[in-house]
Design a protein around this ligand. Sequence first.
Ligand code: URA
Length: 231
Amino acid sequence: MERLDRVLSAAGYGRREAKGLIAQGRVQVDGAVVTRAEAKCPQDAVVRVDGAALERGSIYLMLHKPAGVVSATQDDRERTVLDLLPQDLRRRGLFPVGRLDKDATGLLLLTDDGALAHRLLSPRKHVDKTYLVTVAGALEEADRAALAAGLVLGDGLRCLPARLEIAGPSAGLLTIQEGKFHQVKRMMACLGKPVTSLKRVSMGPLTLDEGLEPGQWRPLTPAELSILRES
Ligand code: URA
């Protein structure tokens, strides 16, 4: 048995939001309205918020993707990001939210929550993704300006404006709001500065936990999950 407000928090609602929803009589447990946040909720109870059943038991993992594995659920030849998880988790229908190239590293969210993944990946939502990028050649103010204006790639693809924060002669933090195939590599190649390494450091409100070594993962904290849901 778990407190009802904690059940809502585990599903991604902020603590204050959860308490408010319960107090307003918008939460039902097995069909009955419950208005006490501290009421105990059985593990197998169906909890509804405004009539919509809560996804209890969805899994949300933050992975520091290492180089050399592919962002797929299965692959005939390559190791996948799911191969980094223990056996019991591999059977839970998890998938990566978006892709990182085989040679790219950094933040990858793994979940079985299709609705949340869909929201994060929807091109219409313009979710920020920030990459630490190093390039061959020196990054210059002209590169920052060209990215901010919106590049048009050689194949005609018109990119949304992107933010470049130059962090060293050949390094920068690049924030983009789309996720086309090899997008960052193609953008930097278009500027004549091919990418030599690429690490995703954030996606929407989620920031890579620098305590995670490449290949390590951990569940999202309730705070991360609620901020992700609220964003
Ligand atoms: N852009 C790329 O080019 N590669 C990635 O893995 C992610 C963004």
